[in-house]
Design a protein around this ligand. Structure first.
Ligand SMILES: C[S@@+](CC[C@H](N)C(=O)[O-])C[C@H]1O[C@@H](n2cnc3c(N)ncnc32)[C@H](O)[C@@H]1O
Length: 216
């Protein structure tokens, strides 16, 4: 995909995809949004001793980077599986400055389809797959970061069948978070069995975000 780097309001970069007229993150603060929606509202709400995280859309690797940093801060081991159909070029990755170029490069250089321990508390599995026609094993994850492009841009990523799949792939008590707070998406989550909550959005960003839980 053809992308352009843009600076967001918190000083961290994102990418703009002209073909979709869409950014990879909120222009109000890429890093702030990722930290808030996925790490603070998602990972922190998970009580599993060694969370297994599934990310829909690896993209720039920012969510993976923040999760790796969090694993080291907390000492909690994390197994991170991420799905991506259109990996960025090395040239695009080189333009992204999230404050830790070495780790970002390690995340992008990791092989596809092979788990790699990037340190004592963070293991990465990158899967180059199409989420729209993917199957996943039951109960294999504790946390889902649902970070596809917006439903208006890629509705096929946000269908009821995709939420049913994510529900099935989560263990009982598992958590899904997303930046998307649309009522229609919240109702789809509820239809497949999730219990949903609307939570305050990131500082300076969207008013609300969504967290969903698979009942125990
Ligand atoms: C909003 S961006 C993800 C941002 C990312 N989580 C980050 O931290 O930078 C959405 C991602 O979904 C990917 N994607 C689009 N269609 C896909 C598909 N059918 N299957 C898997 N990934 C897809 C895009 O290439 C893009 O990287």
């Amino acid at each position: 995909m053809n992308t352009i780097v843009q600076m967001t309001a918190d000083g961290s970069p994102t990418l703009f995809v002209s073909a979709l007229d869409e950014h990879y993150h909120s222009v109000k603060g890429a890093r702030t949004e990722s930290q808030h929606v996925f790490v603070d509202m998602g990972l922190h709400a998970c009580t599993a001793p060694a969370p297994r995280v599934l990310e829909v859309g690896f993209g720039t690797g920012l969510n993976a980077l923040l999760t790796w940093e969090e694993a080291e801060r907390s000492g909690r081991c994390i197994h991170y599986t991420t799905l991506e159909l259109h990996p960025l070029s090395a040239a695009d990755v080189a333009l992204l400055d999230y404050g830790d170029a070495t780790r970002l490069r390690l995340l992008h250089d990791a092989p596809w389809e092979e788990p790699l321990a990037l340190g004592p508390v963070f293991t990465l599995l990158k899967r180059r797959v199409d989420f729209t026609c993917l199957s996943l094993p039951a109960g294999a994850f504790d946390v889902v970061y649902m970070d596809a492009f917006a439903p208006e841009k890629q509705p096929e990523m946000w269908g009821e069948d995709r939420f049913a799949l994510l529900f099935h792939a989560l263990a009982p008590g598992g958590i899904l978070t997303t930046y998307c707070a649309k009522g229609a998406i919240r109702r789809l989550m509820q239809q497949v069995g999730f219990v949903t909550e609307r939570l305050p959005g990131p500082p300076g960003g969207k008013r609300e975000v969504l967290r969903a839980q698979k009942p125990f």
